[in-house]
Design a protein around this ligand. Structure first.
Ligand code: GAL
Length: 668
């Protein structure tokens, strides 16, 4: 069976709603209460067995399925679809103790012991062998179970063990490098080993970039990031292939951490799975955490190549792993969920169903808190189930945006390496600086990889794409040449895929298209600003940039670069290419985004004011679904809407005054 949106072998009715479920932590009497509460909340999906290795295989080769058989039967009998874990994420003590060589090692040689989770080296053949034996046993055992809707491979691959520097990893790294470069001469060229006497004369001399007296070779760091990503990905592929062989009809997923980590190249991993899943936890300390949530969700849709996806984990309220863990405000959980749905999520799930009474996550919120069902959180959980049940028509809907953001993990890895002009530059922050302006004005964007087809877009934003391959530079140039508009921000187009500078003036890869030339970077200290010609200021970064053919839109008004280009616009063949050589303040970014989108005739979804999120999807029957979320504790007015609110069946006209925290899904 397949819902129109996500692939399932047993599709839940309507949008999926549920959680990670760990019944093995509880007595059987609790399981029955769980089922009753799940029904009350409208839960129709759970992830099961995610950390159950030591339960399923209590000693080497002896498998024990009785407990999970009972639970699977119980869930199946109550129409709750199961995403069954392959349980490989957290190897049992018997395995790690018998094979201590599989423990991960950090860059300074410290061994990461058993006792937490994910104590395995991604390159360990021992781990691979034992984990696949478990996957095979689980898949063979549950292959025909009627509750099995989906396979959930591992858990957040690379969450704690993304980079391992042990000897096994060193051998695997050398193998990977031989494969990439063929010869040592080629490696010496790519790694520029003429510098600091780093030349290699035998493969055994090549090491992972372990802690060194000073900066390890940057290209070796970049290659190690690529290698580590490949090693984890190969675990996913090995488990997936085994599952596909045993249960070809059951789709495979694994929960990504898009937005939260740069370590895994999820844009490349997306097509590896049948269903893209993501975990998202609010980032503390941000003035508007909902903007980061939206950006992560849009990037997840990019990872899913525009298709629907699952929100596998979020928190109902506080997490337990921050320094001070904030409980969510009333209604915040629902607003977070609705934003994810508006950006393509067809399952809203949580870590976890019932708050653990013991263990390292006992203070993490859950759908059923320690205080039980008579709680604000559980009441909101039930109310959310009722609202989600009204959103069937979201299934199979799609977004339709005219603006793309180019995202590239290799540029993220390389751009944030040490020994750069500034350590205060953060790739994600710069992308978010521009993303936030589109969020604020209510214009939807797609976050896509550098290999995406750009032809359907009017505007492409290229935030700080430090590493730019020839192919990417050519693709952006082609897009502009045929009439598109691109906006490139500072520290883009600087190096090639080997992290070698493109000479002749920055940004080498885009210089001609942009009609500018930068001869020197002038990054700013925290708190330092430079005045701009419109009275605003730049922070973080400035450049000694001159126009060669571009028109200067904004210039620097103070410091040694007064008069130089801060923002420029170039006519390039049939299109336009903008350059921004500094980090602009939000008002200036807003003004530029509004000017450029107005010039291109790109309209906001609706007109609103600060703190209101508006997102549009097109339903399968070609109706417009406009999601409106008031994130503020004050009333807000929105104009430009008209239709019926699917959440309440009320007719919505324009203008509409939103109550504090109110949400709408307007169908027209
Ligand atoms: C995720 C993880 C879950 C749980 C959760 C807590 O990273 O997948 O197992 O630990 O965080 O927020």
């Amino acid at each position: 069976m397949t819902a129109a949106g996500l692939r399932w072998s047993v599709a839940p009715t309507g949008l999926g709603y549920g959680a990670d479920y760990y019944p093995e932590q509880w007595e059987k009497s609790t399981w029955l209460e769980d089922i009753e509460l799940m029904h009350r909340a409208g839960v129709n999906y759970v992830s099961l067995g995610v950390f159950a290795w030591s339960w399923l295989e209590p000693e080497p080769g002896r498998f024990h399925f009785d407990t999970f058989d009972e639970i699977m039967d119980l869930l199946g009998a109550h129409d709750i679809s199961v995403g069954l874990g392959t349980a490989t994420s957290s190897p049992p003590a018997w395995l790690v103790c018998r094979h201590p060589e599989m423990r991960p090692v950090d860059d300074s040689g410290r061994v990461l012991e058993f006792g937490g989770r994910q104590s395995w080296c991604p390159s360990s053949p021992v781990y691979r062998e034992f984990s696949l034996r478990l996957v095979e046993a689980v898949a063979e055992h549950y292959r025909d179970h009627p509750a099995l809707a989906l396979w959930h491979v591992s858990n957040e691959l690379g969450c704690h063990n993304a980079r391992c520097y042990c000897e096994t990893s060193a051998v695997a790294f050398r193998r990977w490098l031989r494969n990439r470069y063929g010869t040592l001469d080629e490696l010496n060229r790519a790694w520029a080993t003429a510098f600091w006497s780093q030349r290699y004369t035998d493969w055994f001399e090549v090491q992972p970039p372990r802690l060194a007296p000073t900066f390890p070779n940057p290209t070796s760091q970049l290659d190690f990031a690529r290698f580590s990503d490949d090693e984890l990905r190969s675990q996913l592929l090995a488990e997936r292939d085994l599952l596909r062989r045993i249960t070809p009809g059951v789709p495979v997923t694994t929960n990504f951490m898009v937005g939260a980590t740069k370590n895994m190249n999820y844009l490349a991993w997306g097509p590896d799975v049948d269903v893209v899943s993501n975990d998202h936890y609010l980032v503390e300390g941000l003035a508007e955490p909902e903007v980061e949530l939206a950006m992560s969700a849009d990037l997840t849709r990019g990872v899913a190549r525009g298709r629907s996806w699952m929100l596998m984990e979020q928190s109902t309220s506080a997490v337990n792993w921050g320094t001070v863990n904030r409980a969510k405000r009333p209604g915040e959980m629902w607003r977070n969920s609705l934003s994810q749905v508006s950006r393509g999520a067809e399952v809203i799930a949580y870590f976890q169903w019932r708050a653990s009474s013991a263990g390292a996550e006992k203070f993490h919120s859950a759908m059923v808190p320690h205080a039980g069902e008579s709680t604000r959180v559980f009441e909101e959980v039930v109310a959310q189930g009722e609202l989600l049940a009204r959103l069937d028509q979201v299934i199979g809907s799609r977004s339709q945006n005219s603006v793309a953001f180019l995202v590239d993990y290799e540029a993220w890895w390389a751009g944030e390496l040490d020994s750069h002009p500034s350590q205060n530059f953060r790739y994600r922050d710069e992308a978010m600086r521009w993303y936030a302006a589109f969020w604020r004005v209510g214009i939807g964007v797609d976050l896509v990889g550098v290999d995406a087809d750009l032809s359907g877009y009017s505007l492409v934003i290229v935030p700080t794409l430090y590493l730019t391959t020839d192919a990417t530079a050519a693709a952006v140039d082609r897009f502009v040449s045929v009439g598109g508009t691109a906006l490139v921000t500072y520290f883009s187009g600087i190096v090639d895929e080997s992290d070698h500078v493109r000479l002749g003036g920055y940004p080498g890869a885009f210089r001609d298209m942009l009609g500018i030339r930068t001869q020197e970077f002038l990054p700013l200290r925290p708190g330092q600003t430079v005045d701009l010609s419109d009275g605003s200021t730049a922070s973080v970064w400035t450049e000694d940039c001159v126009a060669t053919s571009a028109e200067t839109v904004l210039s620097y008004a103070s410091s040694q670069i007064a008069g130089r280009v801060a923002v420029s616009r170039n006519n390039h063949r049939h299109g336009h290419a903008w350059y921004v050589s500094c980090a602009l303040g939000p008002e200036t970014v807003d003004a530029l985004v509004q000017r450029i989108t107005a010039e291109l005739g790109i309209q906001p979804v609706a007109h609103t004011s600060d703190g209101v999120e508006v997102v549009r999807r097109i339903s399968r029957d070609n109706h417009t679904l406009t999601f409106v979320i008031n994130h503020r504790d004050e009333e807000r007015t929105v104009t430009g809407l008209g239709g019926m609110d699917v959440l309440t069946d009320e007719t919505i006209g324009s203008p509409v005054v939103l109550r504090p925290g109110q949400t709408l899904v307007v169908r027209s």
